[in-house]
Write a protein of this length. Structure first.
Length: 289
């Protein structure tokens, strides 16, 4: 599978064409690039995705026959993995939460299947799909490739989705390193500094709450490492700096414009964000809205 990804990256570089448009102010290069990348991914991963889609449909029926805990849970795990083997897929049953089952496919994709037919639970898959296919977000959410079953008798559409598998980040220093600023060297922070840096960045986007005022002395101390004379925080200046130097910051600002309910601090928390298969920063948990 690693070879598959390496080949895909080479293929992607050859296939994606950056469109030149004289009306630069009106043309969204990020959206065009993301659209072409999505089309290329679907083309390259097509055979695996087709088998994963067949697997998702079959597993949907299995979840109606087993409990997801105790002996029933073990039986479900074995049944899921046997289905994967028959389709030539490396499948792992990762478990379930209160609303959805999660199955890993070839370490690159995840199938999420809802529990029950409640509209709220179905909406969770729809939300993941909408976030993962919106080109204006620049790929900051895991991409979603398939949803279904469409037109089925017993299950509504979005009963399952197939999406990119992301690796959760467990280190606040690594999270901070994905955001650039000329005021702070985000690649060389200790844990306390990284936490203060992320609070500073969040405070440039959302209303500053109690947490900011608790951490404020640490933020000023952090800023003074490169700017010894800085004694106050000029948020307009720092916000402009983030907008200039941090692509991921700009993506989060775009998300906030469409989804003002986004909890930025939670989005940047350990376990709620991660790394996509291509190394980019992604927000994993859509429940933060």
């Amino acid at each position: 599978m690693k070879l598959l990804l390496e080949n895909w990256k080479k293929y992607l570089l050859n296939e994606i064409e950056i469109v030149d448009n004289e009306e630069e102010e009106e043309y969204d290069y990020d959206a065009e690039l993301l659209k072409q990348q999505g089309e290329t991914e679907s083309k390259f991963f097509g055979p695996v995705l087709e088998r994963a889609q067949e697997l998702a449909t079959e597993i949907s029926m299995l979840t109606m026959s087993y409990e997801d805990y105790g002996e029933g849970g073990q039986m479900l795990r074995r049944a899921v993995e046997r289905k994967g083997e028959k389709l030539g897929l490396n499948v792992k049953y990762l478990g379930s939460g209160s609303s959805r089952y999660t199955i890993s496919v070839d370490d690159n994709f995840v199938i999420k299947i809802v529990k029950g037919l409640g509209s709220y639970i179905i909406q969770m898959n729809k939300d993941d799909y909408n976030l993962g296919t919106d080109p204006s977000f620049g790929g900051i959410f895991p991409r979603v490739y398939k949803h279904g079953p469409q037109g089925a008798k017993y299950h509504p559409d979005f009963f399952w989705i197939i999406m990119e598998k992301a690796t959760p980040l467990q280190d606040v220093k690594k999270i901070a390193s994905f955001f650039k600023s000329s005021f702070v060297d985000s690649d060389n922070l200790d844990e306390s500094e990284a936490y203060a840096f992320l609070i500073l960045m969040s405070s440039c986007i959302i209303v500053r709450g109690n947490l900011y005022y608790v951490v404020k002395p640490r933020i000023i101390k952090l800023l003074q490492k490169k700017n010894p004379n800085m004694s106050t925080i000029d948020f307009d200046m720092i916000n402009q700096d983030f907008m200039r130097y941090s692509d991921n910051f700009r993506k989060i600002v775009r998300v906030m414009k469409k989804n003002p309910s986004l909890d930025v601090s939670e989005a940047l928390a350990i376990g709620n964000c991660g790394i996509g298969y291509d190394g980019r920063f992604v927000i994993i948990d859509s429940s933060i809205f």
